[in-house]
Design a binder for this molecule. Sequence first.
Ligand code: ATP
Ligand code: MG
Length: 414
Amino acid sequence: MSEQFSSQLEKYLPPPVLALIKIAGKQASESGRELYIVGGVVRDLFLGRANFDFDLVVEGDAIALARKIARDSQAKLTVHSRFGTSKLNYPGFSIDLATARSETYSRPGALPNVKPGSLKDDLIRRDFTINAMALNLNPQHFGELIDLYRGREDLERRLIRILHPKSFIDDTTRILRAIRYEQRLGFKLEVETEKLLHRDIGMMGTISGDRLRHELELILKEDEPERVLRRAEELGVLRQLHPSLTGNSWMAKTYAKARQVGKRTTLTTIYPCLLVYNMSEKENEEFIARLNFPKNLARVMRQTLQLRQEIHELENPKLELSNIYRLLRGYSTAAIQTNAIAVHSSVASQHLNLYLNKLRYVKTLLNGQDLIKMGIPAGPKVGGILNALQKARLDGKVRTRKDEEGLVHKGIPL
Ligand code: ATP
Ligand code: MG
């Protein structure tokens, strides 16, 4: 007799999601199909952690079932027929519905060959025991747990365990996933899993740059990515991404500092820049190429190192504000933020922050049109005067519009 978790499910799921899932279970049942909620959401239900990834799996045609549910519940439906997956979109949340599938790997590092299968097939292709549980959603069996790999026990014992000894060979990105869950949940790698991780670590060379980067992005989305980085270094995994990467206490300190100053969206840029902050340009280029970072991010990573090399110029406490502006105007905000977080010199850091908080917003009161009205001929001279006016403003030499006009009439030195 399998264990029953209907009341837990009813408490855990937000009411509108629960209502829809009940409709879905009923629909599946009427078509003679079994429907399950699977993966991370089941794990997090048992852990009492929030999770808004509602992943459903049906033994049979998921798209046909999704169409029926969408019709009955006014969902907007997105369909990927090639993968047999669909997404039911509702205001404020969405539910993924996939056909149970079996996966086989033609060679290490390759993407799997996929075909429809049973729930059992669908569970054995998963990464860890704690992610391989399912709860039945059909009305007659609502809340029944399918736990073929003792995921519940591993949750109790706080262990990350792969499902079979070839797991890391089938998909070596699981090495990074294992560390990510271990650190997120405060779990431990199960002994045999850790041994296999060491055995298969060299296979990380077979993973494409895009897949590696995707896993790194997931790590950097964690609440405290530095924990994952530190552990990845300890296990010799970080080296596999690039030999010069470290997850040491400096990294931990700067990551924590980045969270205090940065918004969540800017962290996705600042974290990778901190990661390469102590690299040489050559190492940075190798890392960018290996993980195939998108152009924009690669540009900011390069700028971060360029600015680091010029940072001594910002260490002079007597620097005029217009000079700080001139030194920094060409750099992206994230490159400056990264340096402000990482630089040793407190004077340099203050100057960087002054630029970020104030100087970069300083604007002249007169604009180009005003200058032309004042008799300056349209052309390059206008830009030159505006620059000079801005310099004067930054250095506190003009305050009012009258001051600026006065300077223009006097003929400012350009
Ligand atoms: P998170 O809270 O990080 O989203 P999750 O468990 O929901 O955790 P997802 O990345 O959303 O993780 O993936 C959903 C499910 O798909 C996982 O629970 C796992 O069962 C399975 N899965 C994802 N990636 C892999 C992989 N590389 N190998 C095997 N199974 C995987
Ligand atoms: Mg998820």
